[in-house]
Design a protein around this ligand. Sequence first.
Ligand code: ADP
Ligand code: MG
Length: 616
Amino acid sequence: MARIQKLSKQVANQISAGEVIERPASVVKELVENSVDSGADKIEVSISEGGKESVRVRDNGQGIASSEIELAFSRYATSKISSIDDIYSLTTLGFRGEALASIAAVSRMEIKSRQAAEDSGVRLEIEGGEVVSRERAGLPAGTEITVRDLFFNTPARYKYLKKTGTEASRISRLITSLTLARPEINFTLENQRGEVLSTPGSGNLEDNIYSLYGEEVYDDLIALNFSREFLQVSGYLVNPRQHRSSRQHEYFFVNGRPVKNRFLKMAVEEAYGTRLPAGKYPLVFLNIDLNPILVDVNIHPTKKEVKFSRGEAVKDILQQEIEQNLKKSTGYQEFSGAETGDYSVRDGYSARKDTSSQERDRARDRAQDKDKNSAGYDRQDLFAGRDVSQQQIESVSYQASDSRTNSEETLFRESSSPQKSDFSLPGDYQVLGQFHNLFILLETGEGLLLVDQHNAHERIIFDNLCAELEDKSNDSRLLLTPLPLELSPQEKEIIYDIKPELEEMGFSIEEFGPSSLMLAAVPVFLEEESGRENLLDIINQILEKARIIEKHELSEEILKYSACQQAVKEGASLSMAEMRKLSAELFQTSNPYRCPHHRPIVIRLSLDQLKKKVDR
Ligand code: ADP
Ligand code: MG
């Protein structure tokens, strides 16, 4: 055995750097948190090669005094606490005083900083923890730190880094959550190709959600604000019809810090409960403020997790409040809502936050304009092509068969409503006619069904498209004339990132000049129906969705969108034959009660309930 000796400062720092700095995203996290702590209201992050080549963070905060700059880079040097008790009244993100020392130990770093009160600032270069140059420099107030060649001197660590795209998306996820935590700060993230995301810094969480998640989520926000006992919560829930397949979009900010905590997660997931299909997670953006004395952020070196001293209580309160709020805003009447004579089901499930009604109207106008402009399909052709036998149309009677039992099971799983009996398929029914060019009325043994024509048609087309995609997977069809795509650098970046997935579906996208891309081929499932306008719409939809859903969900999302585009609209009048065909097809789909966007399709009015209304 070798003799015991004390490790050099450099080796010790390299070892402990491993705890805090695992990858480029950890560098970004630490630097940006420092910028936030410095009081900046503008923070610019720029990365190249997913941060493996370089990360630069610039802020307009208070800067570091030139006399203290070397100190900032030594371990356990911090301006944020001086005794252990300070941790319990902390208002800053940092406090351990090890980030800068750790990063400096495993990279080549340049730091430029000036405090507003000083005439000039300092520029310092550090390599592997050793200062290699120092000079005075005229600089703008604030701090700019550039970290190059991360892990250049610890190759074993470098080996664990992932592909550029993976590291880059970790960084953009991290920045996304920081921007949501601090809407008053104007954040930008850019890479070699240009801007990836930016937030306005207006101080409004809503604005940030809009700029990161787009209109669809924005329109479904449900404000949650309450103050109870030791807990104060503000932020937004999202209507459960929007959901994702990972927890990544459950955001919790405890005293302004993005955190994970199992009690918070449980509160939210249990409150949403069966409003979500199995395996899906909600989107929430919640600021939770509680007395710092109840929060221990020091249980994890990177402070990602926090511990509450009254975890159970926090969970109970939060869960109750969310449940109440969801009940109020989404009704959760499902199809049985109508049985109580409450006709507000449609409004109920689209209940949105109150403040956005104007915005909502504008969105609706936009959507209507879009309908008008979209290459108008021929109404006559609407139901052509998907054959339902004459027999099925005439004898609209319907017997539950094995395959239907299966689809019922899927149905239960997907909708997981507490009232399963409401989901049974109708037996014999008769089409009575159309109601307000919006619902198809079906008389059944038990009462009346109102079938939303658009949602129903959307479900039918979606199921057909899914079947087609399965058959012909990545077949593509060359466009006669390729379609040029005018994209911002940000949008181009998104397309590059998901190009393999797009190609797998059958899209072909080529470079066209220095700044444009061209759509050369599309998947066969988009065949006939897709005019150029519609294709552009689909590309726009992809761009809007790509950042906020998993890549593997993208094809489903495109099918959903395409189904929605093709489906008969509210306001279209239908012939009896069309209504019969649509109803017959609907009850053979995988889920006749929910459209692919999870909106209800059928409202049920039971005869019993109706009779009660007239005291019969
Ligand atoms: P901590 O954030 O835990 O205090 P760091 O190693 O991250 O430790 O930073 C050390 C110190 O350097 C901070 O306490 C702060 O005083 C100073 N500092 C670091 N980054 C900045 C910045 N962007 N602006 C102003 N001061 C900074
Ligand atoms: Mg710090």
